[in-house]
Design a protein around this ligand. Structure first.
Ligand code: UP6
Length: 274
């Protein structure tokens, strides 16, 4: 799986959101996702428009937007059509099935109605997947499980990570992959390597070319370390792309281009090596 191209994987995948993402990556020659973590709609849309041509996916934290209203979603969807990218709301659900189903479908944000992909912590056990899939599966959505985290001292390690993989393998119609720091089908890492038809995408945050982390426990690695070294599929970059200069859209676009080139070169190195 690791050495197959994104395009080859797209043709075989059973989940529509995973297919959409893999197809978009192949079409746009990009494994870059930008995480747009700003609090004003205007800044949010300006960044999305600036990085749109270079990304396969835009990651949101919709609950940090201070002036949120449904029109923002219409504008995000219009930009998604204009620039051809997938939308991932990084909601990190973590409650009982009934509650997460309500949080996913309802409330102010109605995440399931617009986000192709969302994610969840495995901590409640398989019932979190049952709850979210009751809403998302009929809509053709996909779920990522947080099998590992990028932060210093993360508790998502060892048997917790293995159990996350087991949960995913038991729900392959809806769980399309992981938020993790390395591929999850490493030789000998789990009792059984994945079978031919098991294809889990690995989306990886904690990416930076210029710094090693921040003052709040975030840790950065380079796109090459992540995609070539650790076999991950998508690099998720936030502040590395837009820094503090939200208004300098040219500079933001330049940075997005830079990360996209690094990520794609590492992918080519991985698929043609060996
Ligand atoms: N994120 C991580 N690490 C994880 C999971 N998620 O950083 O293990 C998310 C953060 C943020 C983004 O919530 O939105 O990825 C990383 O942003 P940054 O590149 O600005 O550090």
């Amino acid at each position: 799986m690791f050495r197959r191209t994104y395009g080859q994987r797209a043709t075989k995948h059973g989940n529509p959101a995973a297919r959409l993402l893999l197809d978009t990556m192949e079409r746009k020659k990009s494994n870059l996702a930008v995480s747009v973590d700003v609090i004003k709609s205007k800044d949010f849309l300006a960044i999305v428009d600036a990085v749109g041509p270079f990304v396969c996916l835009i990651k949101t934290h919709i609950d940090i937007i201070e002036d949120f209203g449904p029109p923002l979603i219409d504008e995000l969807q219009a930009l998604s059509s204009k620039h051809d990218f997938v939308i991932f709301e990084d909601r990190k659900f973590a409650d009982i099935g009934n509650t997460v189903a309500l949080q996913y479908s309802s409330g102010v944000h109605k995440i399931a109605s617009w986000s192709h992909i969302t994610n969840a912590h495995p901590v409640p056990g398989p019932s979190i997947i049952t709850g979210l899939s009751s809403v998302g599966l009929p809509l053709g959505r996909g779920l990522l499980l947080l099998a590992e985290m990028s932060t210093k001292g993360s508790l998502a390690t060892g048997s917790y990570t293995k159990d996350a993989v087991r949960m995913a393998r038991a729900h392959r119609d809806f769980v399309i992959g992981f938020i993790a720091q390395r591929r999850m089908d490493g030789i000998g890492a789990y009792e059984n390597d994945f079978t031919e038809d098991e294809d889990f995408l690995v989306l990886t945050p904690g990416v930076g070319l210029d710094t090693k982390g921040d003052s709040m426990g975030q840790q950065y690695r380079t796109p090459r370390e992540i995609v070539f070294g650790s076999g991950c599929d998508v690099i998720i970059v936030g502040r590395g792309v837009y820094g503090k200069d939200y208004h300098l859209t040219e500079k933001i676009a330049e940075q997005a281009k830079r990360y996209r080139e690094e990520g794609w070169a590492a992918y080519l190195e991985r698929t043609i090596a060996l």
